[in-house]
Design a binder for this molecule. Structure first.
Ligand code: HEM
Length: 379
């Protein structure tokens, strides 16, 4: 039986933005979508220099506020979050709301009708440069300094397509002039996940903009063409266990690959603006000739997999790695069987990803934001 349904990321609130649920009975090649080939430049790269210099000086030389001292030295592996000028929960909830409403309103951001997936990837790439073995804060990455706004880090091929997300968020920096890039991008990732139906993610403020000398070196983000050993080693560098890394890659339930950004093409599941365990239920079946299994796509692009049922979904080699390694596969099966198990692992792992390399003072509070739906229904 063939059926088409509309999955929206915010239920009735959303316009029919995310129409993408096709069943396996839909024939090969019938899943067409318009590819928007937009050129995005890195307008953000040299933004707001005054603010950067001011914040950089504070962060570098340290200051004491009675609640927390911020110090950042060449000898230190950690970047210390400041409590000095962080704001109230209410104000961060307001920023969350602004982001969530903007996602809802600007439903022409991408072909699936949402900026959400791009914002999740922005948060992850701002943090995924972290290297736990590198003791030099100039090179050890992480989300603290918001350094993707500069041309070297922003211009890393792995970050193609993310200038669009940074531009989308730019008005928020104008409205909340005290907000750092790192706090904004990580908060936007949390807001996007929650608004698309994902788990609640605890979030803490206090990141400060750092200057260009703190840009993470290029090549710190993962290579999608690799297999299980590489994936494990890569995420070990970020201090993650097998369960955490499998859960994190489950974010590929969102969004899609864009030929114009990565060279890869297509979404991972049929509801790319809903945060669910769809990535695992699709991936679980592995490569083969059977129903719902995967084969190598025949095309001129980079090696990627295509599903046998609709020839419209994709998996990266690095995704397929999760069913090639027996230890990973067990976790994939668990998350495919239980969305709750996936959410329980994902939420703290995503928080950890966004906080890697940052020392939060013990007084710092973990904020849990209410979704727009919860607020409108008085929850
Ligand atoms: C081995 C690790 C990973 C590899 C190799 C990888 C690779 C990729 C690639 C090639 C794309 C397509 C980009 C494009 O063409 O626009 C992508 C998209 C995406 N990735 Fe990953 N990724 C990894 C891990 C993660 C993690 C840990 C997260 C978040 C927790 C994540 C979230 C996303 C999202 C949400 C998108 C969709 C973006 C959009 O629709 O614009 N990825 N990833």
């Amino acid at each position: 039986m063939s059926s088409i349904a509309f999955h929206t990321f915010r239920g009735s609130r959303a316009k029919i933005a995310t129409a993408l649920l096709l069943t396996g009975a839909v024939g090969a090649g019938s899943y067409h979508y318009e590819r928007k080939r937009r050129q995005f430049n890195n307008r953000n790269n040299n933004d707001n220099n005054n603010r950067n210099n001011r914040d950089f000086a504070k962060a570098l030389f340290g200051f004491s506020t009675g609640t927390a001292a911020a110090t950042l030295t060449d000898e230190s592996n950690v970047k210390v979050a400041t409590l000095s000028d962080i704001h109230s929960f209410k104000e961060y909830q307001q920023i969350y709301n602004d982001i969530a409403k903007k996602i809802e309103e600007e439903d022409d951001f991408d072909v699936d009708g949402s900026a959400g997936p791009n914002l999740v990837r922005l948060a992850w790439h701002s943090a995924g440069t972290y290297d736990k073995n590198d003791k030099n804060p100039h090179t050890n990455g992480g989300s603290y300094g918001g350094t993707m706004r500069f041309s070297k880090e922003g211009g890393d091929g792995a970050n193609n397509g993310l200038a669009k997300g940074r531009e989308f968020l730019e008005p928020l920096l104008k409205k909340y002039t005290w907000l750092s890039h790192g706090d904004l991008w990580t908060l936007a990732g949390v807001a996007a996940i929650q608004e698309m139906g994902g788990p609640k993610i605890k979030w803490r403020p206090g990141r400060k903009d750092l200057s260009e000398e703190y840009q993470a070196p290029n090549g710190k983000l993962p290579d999608a063409a690799q297999g299980p050993d590489y994936v494990r080693k890569f995420f070990n560098r970020l201090d993650f266990t097998d369960r955490e890394m499998v859960a994190l890659i489950g974010a590929h339930t969102l969004g899609r690959c864009h030929v114009t950004s990565s060279g890869y093409d297509g979404p991972w599941d049929f509801a790319p603006t809903m945060f669910d365990n769809g990535f695992f239920t699709q991936l679980q079946k592995g490569v083969g000739k059977g129903e719902g299994q995967w084969h190598l796509r025949k095309w001129d692009g980079p090696e990627q997999y295509e599903d046998n049922n609709s020839n419209s979904l994709m998996m990266l080699p690095a995704d397929m790695a999760l069913v090639q390694d027996p230890k990973f596969k067990k976790i994939v099966d668990e998350f495919a069987a239980s969305q709750e198990a996936f959410f329980n692992e994902f939420a703290p792992a995503f928080q950890k990803l966004l906080e890697n390399g940052i020392q939060f003072p013990k007084e710092s509070k973990e904020f849990v934001f209410r979704t727009l739906d919860e607020q409108s229904s008085g929850l």
